[in-house]
Design a protein. Structure first.
Length: 166
């Protein structure tokens, strides 16, 4: 019993330490300083439109991954150099592909991304209706005399588990 209490205490201490100190390495956008106030807002807007390459479902603005921090620093450096949003996005797309964008453009290389879900949904719906239509067209078969006799025995026995299904 004492062993369990010690284990539980150690687990709770580790959990508390993780919760208390886990965010010490968290990245914030406050570390990026700009001379003009509008630049900081433009920076936030731009990194919100870019996807974290590791997290895949988070923007660069919200991701805590190291790669996201590296990309934020790269975007920051490029903005300080005076590059436009379009130039920065073009650089990142050339380097990482359209995947870095939350809203990739519609072009032949992204057709499956844009239209794939609708195609799968359509094929699935077609197969479902085709299967259900076949079920409706097939008449149910009547029981044979042997099956009817066996059913009557089972019902008469009242579901007796002694009788084996043959």
């Amino acid at each position: 019993m004492i062993h369990r209490v010690r284990k539980l205490s150690l687990s709770l201490a580790l959990l508390a330490g993780t919760l208390a100190f886990g965010n010490l390495s968290a990245y914030t956008l406050e570390e990026f300083k700009f001379e003009q106030p509008g630049q900081h807002e433009a920076f936030r807007d731009l990194i919100a439109k870019l996807r974290c390459l590791v997290c895949q479902n988070e923007s660069l603005a919200g991701s805590q991954a190291g790669v996201a921090q590296d990309l934020r620093e790269e975007v920051y450096r490029m903005m300080l150099e005076g590059q436009s949003d379009e130039e920065i996005v073009t650089f990142l797309v050339d380097r990482y592909g359209d995947f870095v964008l939350y809203e990739p453009p519609i072009k032949p290389s992204t057709y499956i991304l844009w239209f794939g879900p609708f195609i799968f949904l359509g094929v699935g719906g077609y197969l479902l209706f085709r299967t259900l239509g076949r079920k409706k067209d097939e008449p149910e078969e009547d029981l044979t005399e042997a099956e009817r006799a066996r059913l009557q025995r089972l019902l008469a026995a009242g579901g007796d588990k002694q009788e084996h299904i043959k």
